[in-house]
Write a protein that binds this ligand. Structure first.
Ligand SMILES: [Zn+2]
Length: 370
């Protein structure tokens, strides 16, 4: 049996714990309901019981390399506490790492609090989007890509930046907030206090808002019918209508793609990374939003236009690139194409690991921190 690490993905609904080998093989996975009502102490008790059971099972035959835990929210990397979490109410300032280390009997007894605060313990703690990025970078769409960003499209938008194979935390762990980049100056208010944030336009909740608006306008009969048919209207059912050709549903995803493209154009211009991986539940609607996303990206990002892979650039889109007449653009393209076999390309692509990305990332983080 191989050496392994324990990966934990703590969500507002599910608590998932897995044993994953050093080579990235999923050995075992346990999914439990997160009993948030009982408070953080009981959730951590439940988590640690499962961690101990899984490690005991595999420890007989392989070495335990460490444990990694992904948490939805802002993590204070220095103290190992949860600063803020919309999905874990009541966890603010909860010392997650210290509580877990205490229960698991990790080697910290007798050490002063300051020493413990140095993030040197065998438990790797990260924001869930960071874990998903590490997972995709280790075994998914960005395998072997040292410099990449991940954007997760769910109820909101999560984000992470990986530089040189490691998470870029920024000054205090708050880097990668792609969801709160302004894409519409006077736009919809956001929970963060700003308005017009990307996640107000390119997330599951944004799809639902646009669907409600379309229904209220009286010009979206299929959406109105789906909403009144008893079954709950959600992003998936709106996507199903879109791929069946319903125009109001298609317009929602075109708008979604457009704003996502505006946000990505800014990110590509600023970061000039090799790859941007789009993940999260809503990324499964890729076919419906990707065309307008790429169109916007090419029009708004000079860096992308200069580094886009040839296979996603079509003639019509090229003609409007930078607002230049087609002949000038053609010349621009020819010179770019002449050196294309030596130039590195900006790749924007779908995530590959689905909801398990966070678990693989947590396993990877455990090894990186060890
Ligand atoms: Zn915001």
């Amino acid at each position: 049996m191989p050496d392994f690490s324990i990966a934990v993905d703590l969500g507002g609904t599910n608590l998932r714990i897995a044993a994953i080998s050093a080579e990235g093989q999923l050995l075992d996975k346990v999914t439990l309901a997160t009993k948030l009502a009982l408070g953080p102490h009981d959730v951590i008790d439940q988590m640690c019981d499962a961690i101990l059971r899984l490690s005991a099972k595999y420890k007989r035959s392989g070495k335990l390399l460490g444990a990694g835990l992904g948490i939805p929210g802002i993590i204070d990397m220095q103290t190992g506490t949860v600063r803020k979490s919309a999905n874990l109410p009541g966890w603010e300032d909860y010392p997650v790492r210290a509580e877990i280390e205490l229960r698991l009997g990790l080697p910290r007894n007798g050490l002063s609090k300051n020493v413990l605060a140095e993030n040197a313990g065998p438990l790797a703690l990260e924001n869930d989007a960071n874990m998903a990025a590490l997972g995709e970078q280790w075994l998914g769409a960005a395998r072997g890509v040292e410099n990449m960003a991940m954007i997760t499209l769910g109820t909101g938008i999560g984000g992470a930046i990986v530089l040189g194979g490691k998470i870029w935390h920024g000054m205090n762990g708050m880097a990668g907030e792609f969801g709160h980049v302004t894409v519409e100056p006077e736009g919809h208010p956001c929970g963060c206090g700003s308005h017009g944030c990307a996640e107000r336009y390119a997330s599951a909740s944004a799809i639902m808002r646009m669907a409600r608006e379309a229904i209220a306008s009286g010009k979206a009969p299929s959406l109105a019918q789906a909403a009144s048919a008893g079954a709950e209207l959600d992003a998936q059912s709106i996507y199903n209508l879109a791929i069946q050709g319903d125009e109001p549903a298609q317009r929602i995803f075109h708008t979604f793609g457009r704003y996502l493209g505006i946000m990505l154009a800014g990110a590509v211009n600023v970061l000039n990374l090799d790859m941007y991986v789009i993940g999260g539940g809503v990324s499964s609607a890729w076919d419906a939003f990707a065309p307008t996303m790429f169109q916007e990206l090419r029009q708004r990002s000079i860096v992308y236009a200069a580094t886009a892979p040839d296979d996603v650039v079509t003639a019509e889109e090229t003609a409007t690139m930078w607002g230049q007449p087609p002949s000038a653009v053609q010349a621009e393209r020819s010179s770019a194409a002449a050196g294309s076999h030596t130039e590195r390309k900006t790749v924007v692509t779908r995530a590959l690991l689905g909801s398990d990305a966070g678990l693989y990332g947590a396993a990877r983080a455990a090894v990186l921190v060890a």
